[in-house]
Design a protein around this ligand. Structure first.
Ligand code: SF4
Length: 263
């Protein structure tokens, strides 16, 4: 794995995470730029656990949240977080369209890892009534559906936190290919300790620590999100081909940074 890298996402221009933009950020928020430079130096050369410690115990104790989908790849990050501090707030986004297996997997991991502050978040009832009264918006406009069911609730739930941890990996999507280990986005610092990890790395960690897989994995779902937008993967397809199949879409919201699976 390569050493940690740090970047700033320029929300105003809406670009994907890529080159470090000290000048652009500094012009708007010099304090954040200075803090980011400090984090960049501190993160350099650390492994995933070291980066988590940087966020959870050194720089943002009591101010850091993990946003998790409890999908097929979520458990590794949650296991690491629980080892460091099981009281870390974990925000579980229940879109209202998840598989029942995911809800049961959430309960199992909470119990096995001893997570003491698991918070379920979701779309506001008013938004559901106004935007998707029949619950079928996903069939007409996936971006609009993801926006009110995912992006808005996550943004609301993260208010008040100084930092966020995600399980996003560079190998997952084109938009994440140049993602760096620490970012500054939407008013808080975002740590991606698994950015350099491969599927093989995840599998090796899960095997070593005897982490239970999501129950749908062995049923042909290597990447798991909402039920209407996830299908089984056929032989020869990539592991994310079952997500939003047939659409030019591989993220729920370009900067949502849920946990690596885009739920
Ligand atoms: S993944 Fe599908 S069902 Fe879930 S929020 Fe997005 S469009 Fe809606």
């Amino acid at each position: 794995m390569t050493p940690a890298r740090v970047t700033v996402i320029d929300q105003a221009r809406g670009i994907a995470p890529r080159a470090f933009d000290r000048q652009g950020l500094g012009a708007r928020d010099p304090l954040a730029a200075a803090r980011l430079a400090k984090l960049e130096a501190a993160a350099e050369g650390r492994d995933a656990t070291g980066i988590l410690r940087l966020a959870l115990t050194e720089e943002f104790p009591g101010q850091t949240a993990v946003v998790s989908s409890f999908g097929s790849e979520s458990a590794v990050l949650l296991h690491m977080v629980a080892k460091i501090d099981p009281t870390t707030p974990v925000l579980f986004l229940n879109t209202g369209k998840l598989f029942g297996e995911t809800l049961r997997y959430r309960d199992r991991l909470q119990d096995e890892f001893g997570l003491t502050d698991l918070r379920t978040i979701g779309p506001h009832p008013d938004d559901r009534a106004r935007l998707d009264p029949e619950g079928a918006l996903w069939s007409r406009n996936t971006d609009a559906c993801c926006d009110f069911r995912k992006v808005v609730p996550v943004k609301r739930a993260l208010q008040g936190f100084g930092a966020q941890i995600t399980g996003r990996k560079r190998f997952q999507t084109n938009a994440r290919a140049e993602m760096t280990t620490v970012e500054y986005f939407d008013g808080r610092f975002r740590f991606n300790p698994l950015a350099d990890w491969s599927l093989a790395d995840l599998e090796a960690y899960a095997a070593e620590h005897e982490i239970p897989p999501h129950p749908l994995v062995e049923d042909g779902y290597p990447s798991i999100g909402c039920m209407p937008c996830t299908r089984r993967v056929q032989e020869g397809e990539s592991y994310r081909d079952g997500r939003w199949s047939g659409l030019e879409k591989d993220e729920c919201g370009i900067h949502i940074g849920v946990d690596g699976e885009g739920i």
